[in-house]
Design a protein around this ligand. Sequence first.
Ligand code: HEM
Length: 429
Amino acid sequence: MIVSRTRNTFCSNRFVQKYRAGPRSCSLKFTLKTDIFDERGITEGRGFLPIQDPAGRGELKGYGFEPWIQAVDEIPKLTVASGSGTLRRTLMELPTFPTDQLLQMDSRAKWKAYMMLSFLSHAYMWCEMDGTVPLLLPSRLAVPWCDVSNTLCMPPVLVYATYNLLNWRRVDPEGPIELGNIVCLNNFLGGPDEEHFRLVHVEIEAKAGPALSRLGLLQEVAAQAEVDNEMLQSGLVEICTALRNMQVTLSRMGEKCDPYIYYHRVRKPMSGWRGNPDLPQGLVYEGVSTSPVQLYGETGAQSSIVPAFDAVLGIEHDRNTWLKEYLETMQDHMPPQHRGFIQKLRRNANLGRHGGLRSFCHMAGGEMKDSYNDVVQELEKFRSQHKAFAFNYIAKFSRKECEDRGTGGSDFMPALNGYRDQTSRHLLL
Ligand code: HEM
């Protein structure tokens, strides 16, 4: 039962309501306009990264957020002192979160607060390291977290956007968004392994930018009565190049993120409360819901890059398995503008008299078909490479079968094989 609160109108959370009885994909109306994740801002240089660098927490200063800002900065230290209840006790001593102030502020501030509350709540859940797992998230954290996530149409759980997309700054503000010039803003345990793991994702997002910014245009070109073959082909080459660059970046994961440290330390705080043996029923959000809610944790499957490429190439995952549903559920964990972007690409996949990009390339044959197949092969290579990382960083370490699960809570090795195989099945013959 949802507990009603009278203090403000955001007393319940759509995601909490949707996922309470048994989670499933939640369709939202894309009414929210924000200025940091804007479809018009999916640019060559940044892809799905926010349109401005997600700098510090300046906009929250002076409105009663200071103790909360300080607590987030303290998380790595509190994890060092953890084990005796210090971390959870410290978080419970925080003053009431100034939600009313926040709701008057712009979306940039709201995303900052969402990120802060996500880090604090996951630290409360997973970083005390005393061997216990709380069944309930106290209202001090749960209520503001649900309020803020509700205003952003996001679930009250750590997501890829707060873990990666919004969690970096440039060392040299004029320098590129790439490894060597980026560092993280928030950490759980901290250290090079955790930061590098995240920053590889950030660089991958930047590398995908040149291709992502042209996907809509490519679909329009393929939909024209007289298709501009040269333009279409150069767009497909752009996607190939982006996918190759993404693989180069992913191959750098081992430089500073050690598989053992990742498995034993970095991974835990990303966990959610769906498909998680530690919380089989889910998590109660005190003050919001009296019954447990199940939500997947943070995972790269919530990055919008691969679903956007799948959409533009017309790659469909197997409807008869849970794999497709899992990827669709992951879209509920993306910023609404990115969900909207992917949905639009899907809607336009068969646009025009030629039946869409895939169908046109098939019909045109020759070089056009080869260019399409090159992209599919490159995507398949990315998925193969990624699968090897998932094995080396997780599966290899899992001793018992029931532990052999991804951070998102899925039995992931067969699923990753399925996504890869389904990709190659889309090669045009
Ligand atoms: C050491 C690095 C990585 C590990 C251990 C890892 C692990 C996993 C696991 C276990 C899954 C499947 C189940 C789940 O969602 O939990 C997954 C899915 C996924 N991950 Fe990763 N991942 C890593 C890096 C990345 C990076 C850098 C990206 C790039 C954005 C990424 C993108 C994806 C995507 C798109 C999926 C969905 C499956 C698909 O569409 O093929 N991952 N990852």
